[in-house]
Design a protein. Structure first.
Length: 97
């Protein structure tokens, strides 16, 4: 039976593979990652929930630090709008002020 460290290492490997494919990774629920890996990474601080069902990669111990969010903000907006509206959306310059 695998140890807790080995299980976490497996989950981190899955996360690394996803980030290799998409450097600005935004996860929506369990579309790209299994529930088991998702829960394990959340519990250990490697993922941060942005809003219900949406996650961004983070670093353990960075709770309260907004750097990860500011780095991922525009990538999240795009992923969320694409998911919700398809290609029928536009963001004006006024929205960024």
């Amino acid at each position: 039976m695998a140890t807790i460290q080995e299980l976490l290492a497996d989950s981190l490997e899955v996360l690394r593979q996803l980030q290799d494919k998409e450097p600005n990774l935004i996860l929506r629920g369990t579309e790209a990652i299994s529930r088991t890996h998702l829960n394990r990474l959340l519990a250990n601080g490697w993922l941060q929930e942005v809003m219900k069902g949406w996650y961004i990669p983070s670093r353990p111990g960075s709770e309260g630090d907004t750097t990860v969010w500011y780095t991922s903000y525009w990538h999240f907006v795009r992923a969320y709008a694409d998911s919700r509206f398809g290609s029928d959306w536009s963001l004006s310059a006024d929205s960024s002020l």
